[in-house]
Design a binder for this molecule. Sequence first.
Ligand code: SF4
Length: 344
Amino acid sequence: MLIAPKVLDWFDIYGRKDLPWQKQLLPYPVWISEIMLQQTQVTTVIPYFKRFIERFPTVRDLAEANLDDVLALWTGLGYYARARNLHKTAMMIMQDWAGVMPTRQSDLMTLPGIGRSTAAAIAAICHGEAVAILDGNVKRVIARHFAVGGWPGQSSTLRALWIHAEAQTPNKRIADYTQAMMDLGATVCTARHPACHACPIRSSCSARKTARIDEYPGKKPKKVKPKKSTAMLIVRTRGGDIRLVQRPAQGIWGGLFSFPECPLDELETKLPSSAVSVIKLPAFKHQFTHFELTIQPVLIDIKRRQDVPKVPNGTWLGSNQHPGFGLSRPAERLIKIVTELPFS
Ligand code: SF4
């Protein structure tokens, strides 16, 4: 039995139709919103989306922008590869597609950062192509409704989910169906406490009928993450200026500004002789998908900028200056902390 008729009836009454990127459903804003919505909730995305579109209203504006400006607008959203890929893709659209985003899913998928589901969402919502989507929300709805066991990160589970997603995709009202499925997962079939009483497909939902909703989708097998540690050297002048360095384009926090780092056991050798005081601030943990990093911040007060040698890719953030570039999450957090601390 196809779920589309019930899902569409539900969407007509309850679906969200006034999100900022739904005004005209044009490819550029839909693309930006789809990328921002990967790993991030709608309520968090909305202000970021508005600022982004105001600053870069067209593909051309994004392509011609400085990557630092793009990353600055992304600060706080995380997963910065998404912002770097947006920028790279905008440049490719200008160069290879005469400034017009491709319309078909298969062409969209050739662009950096646009996977099968994101390409399908853009093609279906903006151009009516009858292709299936399978973002995180839709995976949850399908896994529960059809009782697809296993973790969606496993290829066999993913394949089974795609088969159901494709079989359910209707030929008519594809744009509405695509948005409806994403909405259903985001607002009704939520990860915790799904509102089954308000769900249009509850009567055919296998997980609900067998009272095994919590088992779908299957959890990721637990793996102990490797642990790493580093010291972050926060050099601050009497006037409150803070030294930052831009990280290499590749790797963690690629292209963002952060503090110079060194291994904990080399800390003593890295302290400048001009330091007026050196204070170890409370250490904290930062989680990456593949490892856990313990960060030991070290506040090093100096009298003036000239008291420390220049470092490659270094810059100074003046006191009370708004950074016009992207910051790593720990740098953002530590700047707030040290700004409150008196000079020693
Ligand atoms: S009935 Fe409940 S578990 Fe099943 S799809 Fe609807 S909200 Fe999700």
